[in-house]
Design a protein around this ligand. Structure first.
Ligand code: TYD
Length: 228
């Protein structure tokens, strides 16, 4: 596999930025909701839950492609995912702006999704080059789930996305496993969680990973100082 993208050791890391990744049905969306609830506690930094594809104009188009409502060449879809991400990062109220002003942003999917999913549909080179200039997250949480359990969960949901079938999801899982060490080598903290556990147990592990982010550690230190 070629991952041109993260071979650059000077790649910038966005501090205060965490991403949730995993195959379809791995529970990233549920865990992001549970984490949002946790940040309602006083004394924690402002929290913003984000997701890709976004709710912006390009993201809306991408969701139509995912539902099979619009048929596009895989290379066109790969470019749309990257265009949506560019807006998500640099647009008004985007990731860079929020993290820069001291918010913690956690996104349900980011560049790893493109490298994994579009790597399968278009080959490695195009998604690697389309994503090569995007900065890295500080923390990447991977929700690891065996494909059989994932497929059962997908089957119980209404509607089906174009990538939600067995052979594709098996490839997704093995590609994530090959890709994650590259993020680690580039300086991203990668936490791999067992997504087959009960949601509350996983939520505890997510919180343990997130609370190690300096922005949270500092807020917790200040909070205990104020209480003393
Ligand atoms: P999503 O609504 O996040 O579903 P789930 O809750 O199952 O994760 O679905 C997004 C889909 O889009 C998912 O199949 C992964 C895919 N995707 C890509 O293929 N490339 C990308 O860059 C992104 C962000 C998502």
């Amino acid at each position: 596999m070629v991952f041109v993208c993260y071979n650059n050791p000077d790649m910038a890391i966005i501090h205060n930025f965490a991403v949730f990744e995993g195959g379809d049905g791995s529970g990233t969306t549920t865990q992001l909701e549970l984490l949002s609830g946790r940040f309602a506690e006083p004394g924690l930094p402002p929290f913003h839950a984000a997701f890709e594809p976004t709710g912006g104009p390009v993201g809306v188009l991408v969701r139509k492609v995912l539902k099979g409502e619009i048929a596009l060449r895989p290379e066109t879809a790969a470019r749309l995912f990257a265009a949506d991400r560019n807006e998500h990062l640099y647009g008004p109220g985007g990731i860079v702006e929020r993290c820069g002003r001291g918010e913690l942003v956690a996104s349900d999917r980011y560049t790893p999704s493109s490298l994994v999913y579009q790597g399968i549909t278009c080959g490695d080179q195009l998604p690697a080059s389309l994503n090569s200039s995007f900065p890295l997250p500080e923390l990447l949480i991977f929700f690891d789930l065996d494909s059989e359990t994932a497929l059962k969960r997908i089957a119980s949901r209404p509607g089906k996305d174009i990538y939600e079938y067995r052979d594709f999801q098996i490839k997704v899982r093995s590609r994530y496993k090959a890709l994650l060490p590259r993020y680690e080598e580039a300086g991203v903290r990668v936490e791999c969680l067992d997504a087959s556990l009960p949601p509350e147990k996983i939520a505890e592990q997510v919180w343990r990973a997130v609370r190690k982010m300096p922005i949270v550690e500092e807020a917790l230190r200040n909070r205990s100082f104020v209480r003393q």
